[in-house]
Ligand binder design. Structure first.
Ligand code: AHM
Ligand code: MG
Length: 334
C-alpha cells in the first residue's frame, strides 16, 4: 500500500531541496493546519457543541458575527500567538491588527485570515472554510497596519481549509498547489493531490444571480451569453453553481474548473465589491494562479493591487483562465 504523506512529512521532505520552505514558515503552516483541525472538530459538533447561532456582536464591516466566527477566530489566535514565528495577525473578525503580545517570542511573519468563511451557511450544515494568507514583515520596528498592506504578489504562503463532507487543506508556498485531506482517525492531514491544475476552459459559472439587476454591463453580457447556451454566441450550454461559501465555490473550481464572480454592483456603489482583498481575494487568487487559473477584479490582476486598508474590499473574477480573460476583456475592451 502506498505510504501516507502527512503535511509535516511533505514540508520536511522539501528541506534540503531547491524548494525548501523556511523552517519558521513550516512551523507556522503546521500550527495553522492544527487550528483548522480544531475548527473542523467544532464545526462537526454543530448543535451538539452549542456552537450554532449568532454571537450578538458585529464585525468591522457591520456584519452580524456567528458564534463559530468568534470561536474560529479565537482558535487561530490562541494557537498562533506563542509560536515565535509571527509579528502580528489580522482577521476579518477583528477591527485592528493584533501584534504578538510582548511575553511571546516575536517572528517575522504576518498571518491574515477569514477564520470562518461562508458564515451564512454555518447553521444550515453547508460547507464553510478558513482562508489564510502569510506575508513577511521587513525591518525591526514594532508591527503596524502598514506592514500588512502589501500586494498579494508578496505572499509567501496562502491556503484554505474547507469543512465539508471531507476536511481538506489546500496550500501554496509558490510552487504549485497541494491538497491534504484530514484523516480523522490519525488526526493528520494526508497528501491527496499534488500539483493541482484548473482546466483553462469550462462550462460552469458561479455568481449570485439574484443581484443581476444591479450588475455592470460587462458582467451582465458575460452571464447572458452563458445563459444563451448552444444557440448563443458561446455555442455551448453552461451550468451554474452558487454555494455562497467562497471556499467551497473555489474548491469546486480547483477540482473541476469553472469561473467564480463576485463583481462590483449598484447596491453599494461606493464599495469596490463585497469580498475582502487581504484575507479572501489575495490568498484565493494566488492559489488559483498557482493552479494555472486567472484572477482579476474585472480589470486588473488582483495580486497586483496595492492595498490601502486592512479591510479593503474588491471585485473578484477567478477560475479557469480563458473565462477570466474573457470577463476581463469585456470590462477593458467592451
Ligand atoms: P463571510 O466572510 O462573511 O462569510 O462572507 C463572504 C461570503 C463568501 O464566502 C461568499 O462567496 C459570499 O459571501 C456570498 O455572498 P452572498 O450571500 O451575497 O451570495
Ligand atoms: Mg469570508
Amino acid at each position: 500500500m502506498a505510504q501516507k504523506i502527512s503535511l509535516t512529512r511533505y514540508l520536511v521532505e522539501k528541506q534540503g531541496s531547491a524548494q525548501a520552505v523556511a523552517p519558521q514558515l513550516q512551523l507556522l503552516l503546521e500550527v495553522v493546519a492544527d487550528s483548522c483541525k480544531s475548527i473542523s472538530s467544532a464545526v462537526n459538533k454543530g448543535a451538539l457543541g452549542g456552537v450554532l447561532g449568532t454571537a450578538g456582536s458585529e464585525n468591522v464591516q457591520g456584519e452580524v458575527q456567528k458564534k463559530l466566527d468568534i470561536i474560529s477566530n479565537d482558535m487561530l489566535i490562541e494557537a498562533n500567538e506563542w509560536g515565535g514565528t509571527l509579528a502580528g495577525m489580522a482577521s476579518e473578525e477583528m477591527d485592528e491588527i493584533l501584534p504578538i503580545p510582548a511575553q511571546y517570542r516575536q517572528g517575522d511573519y504576518l498571518l491574515m485570515f477569514d477564520p470562518l468563511d461562508g458564515s451564512s451557511n454555518i447553521d444550515v450544515n453547508v460547507s464553510i472554510g478558513t482562508i489564510f494568507s502569510v506575508l513577511k514583515k521587513s525591518g525591526t520596528a514594532a508591527v503596524a497596519e502598514s506592514d500588512f498592506l502589501q500586494a498579494g504578489a508578496q505572499q509567501v504562503a496562502a491556503g484554505y481549509c474547507v469543512y465539508g463532507p471531507q476536511t481538506t487543506l489546500v496550500l501554496t508556498v509558490g510552487q504549485g498547489v497541494v491538497m491534504f485531506t484530514l484523516d480523522r482517525e490519525l488526526g493528520t492531514f494526508v497528501l491527496t493531490q499534488d500539483q493541482v491544475q484548473i482546466p483553462v476552459d469550462t462550462k460552469e459559472f458561479a455568481i449570485n444571480m439574484s443581484n443581476m439587476r444591479h450588475w455592470d454591463a460587462p458582467v451582465k453580457r458575460y452571464v447572458d451569453e452563458c445563459l444563451a447556451g448552444k444557440e448563443g454566441p458561446r455555442g455551448k450550454d453552461f451550468n451554474m453553481r452558487w454555494i455562497a461559501s467562497m471556499v467551497a465555490d473555489v474548491h469546486r473550481i480547483m477540482m473541476r474548473g469553472g469561473v467564480f464572480m463576485y463583481p462590483w454592483d449598484k447596491r453599494e456603489p461606493e464599495k469596490p465589491g463585497k469580498l475582502r482583498l487581504m484575507y479572501e481575494a489575495n490568498p484565493m487568487s494566488w492559489l488559483v494562479e498557482q493552479a494555472g487559473g486567472g484572477a482579476t477584479d474585472g480589470r486588473q490582476r488582483i495580486l497586483d493591487i496595492a492595498p490601502t486598508k486592512l479591510h479593503q474590499r474588491v471585485a473578484v473574477v477567478l477560475g479557469s483562465k480563458n473565462e477570466v480573460d474573457r470577463v476581463t476583456q469585456y470590462h477593458t475592451q467592451p
